[in-house]
Design a protein around this ligand. Structure first.
Ligand code: PLP
Length: 397
């Protein structure tokens, strides 16, 4: 039989490198091996109970049918009110659409803006999906190097990268995989730079609340109208509220962009699950309970970060500066490369075979020579991992 003729758009896309590490962990677990999985990209907490109760309430109310493609009015107005209260934002429901997770928000935004041949600026390191969405749209990813600024994108770097072909910049702060947070004033300068050149900004705010003091959560939804016109916020409930499996997110963008995204979504997912939208709307209306639940989780992530990152930095050959947000540490292992390890992937392989520790190689994030460690796991696992790392590589003096 002739091979299945996968479309060119999809053929050109790469599979997710983060899933490769997850598959390796699953395989070892299935063989009864006690793995320490530091490749996880999801919270180790359960969804807060009160949100589950709201989902049940939604079901009992009969919210089991289609909603509007852009989502329940109550969902959209809750986003408007929550952002107004929390970030002082001013936008209305016509600028909000419900999506099936942050990923669909990103996909909708890119697919409704990009034409074949457009250039899209993507700062390195980047989340694996960004260039693949660009490829799907037959646009070109133009990467911005940020190592000189310690992986924090600056407006100058953006200005130097814009050309007549640039249509979009994709930013992600707090960042996966680096955990770095772009300061508010720099973020505003970045958007101003883009807006002045007619370049749009897609901001992936999936880790919005995971910024540890003195860093503070900051949403581009709070920009004034003339700047927000150029911005699409891709929001997600997945990480913030430990709801990865519920598949719910949203976009906040100007009404024309929103209408185009709703049109696209009307021919694909239609909308996220009706009673899930209801649960999220109710959760956002219950601001205190929601913020308390998020704070409890972020406090624990911060505690782990404060212990784990310096401990990683003390492993011989590892270099890691303190990330301000998300739940990842990006460790520079380039000092270890040579005859024994040709690449960071070799180091990751050794960790897997000798210590049963699963981490993600930086190559897929545009950061070869680095390894991403997730601390969305128990302190006990982090402590066990550090003990094993010390016994393999030793401690730096
Ligand atoms: N954006 C980033 C940076 C992520 O790390 C992830 C998930 O790992 C997503 C978006 C996708 O989130 P969701 O589960 O809401 O689709």
């Amino acid at each position: 039989m002739s091979p299945f003729p996968v479309s060119e758009n999809v053929l050109q896309m790469k599979g997710s490198s983060t899933l490769i590490a997850a598959a390796a962990a699953a395989d070892m677990r299935a063989r009864g091996i006690d793995v320490i999985d530091l490749s996880v990209g999801e919270p180790d907490f359960d969804t807060p109970d009160f949100i589950k109760q709201y989902a049940w309430e939604g079901l009992q109310k009969g919210l089991t049918k289609y909603t509007a493609t852009a989502g329940l009015a109550e969902f959209r107005s809750s986003i408007v009110d929550f952002y107004g209260t929390r970030f002082g934002s001013h936008f209305d429901q016509s600028q909000v659409a419900a999506t099936c997770g942050g990923k669909q928000a990103l996909f909708n935004a890119a697919c409704t803006l990009l034409d074949p041949g457009d250039d899209v600026l993507i700062p390195k390191p980047y989340w694996v999906t960004f260039p693949e969405i660009v490829t799907f749209c037959r646009a070109n990813s133009v990467f911005i190097e940020t190592e000189v600024t310690d992986f924090i994108l600056t407006a100058d770097q953006v200005a130097a990268s814009i050309t007549d072909r640039t249509k979009l910049l994709i930013v992600n702060s707090p960042n996966n995989p680096s955990g770095r947070v772009i300061p508010h004033d720099e973020m505003i300068r970045i958007v101003r730079t883009c807006a002045s050149r007619g370049v749009y900004v897609l901001t992936d705010e999936c880790y919005l609340f995971f910024a540890y003091p003195p860093a503070q959560p900051f949403s581009l939804a709070s920009l004034p109208d003339e700047l927000r016109h150029f911005v699409c916020v891709a929001g997600s409930f997945s990480k913030t509220y430990a709801m990865t499996g519920w598949r719910i997110g949203y976009t906040i963008a100007n009404p024309e962009w929103t209408n185009a995204m709703v049109k696209l979504q009307s021919h694909s997912a239609t909308h996220p699950t009706s009673f899930v939208q209801y649960a999220c709307a109710k959760a956002l209306q219950n601001v205190d309970a929601t913020i308390n639940a998020v704070n409890a989780m972020t406090t624990e992530y911060e505690r782990r970060r404060n212990w784990f990152v310096p401990a990683l930095d003390r492993i011989y050959g590892f270099k890691c500066s303190m990330p301000e947000g998300a739940f990842y540490a990006l460790v520079d292992v380039r000092d270890m490369l040579g005859d024994k390890f040709r690449s960071s992937a070799d180091v990751a392989d050794l960790l897997l075979s000798e210590a049963q520790i699963v981490v993600t190689d930086g190559e897929g994030f545009g950061a070869p020579g680095y390894l991403r460690f997730s601390y969305a796991t128990s302190m006990e696992n982090l402590e066990r991992a550090i003990e094993k790392l010390k016994s393999i590589f030793g401690s730096a003096s």
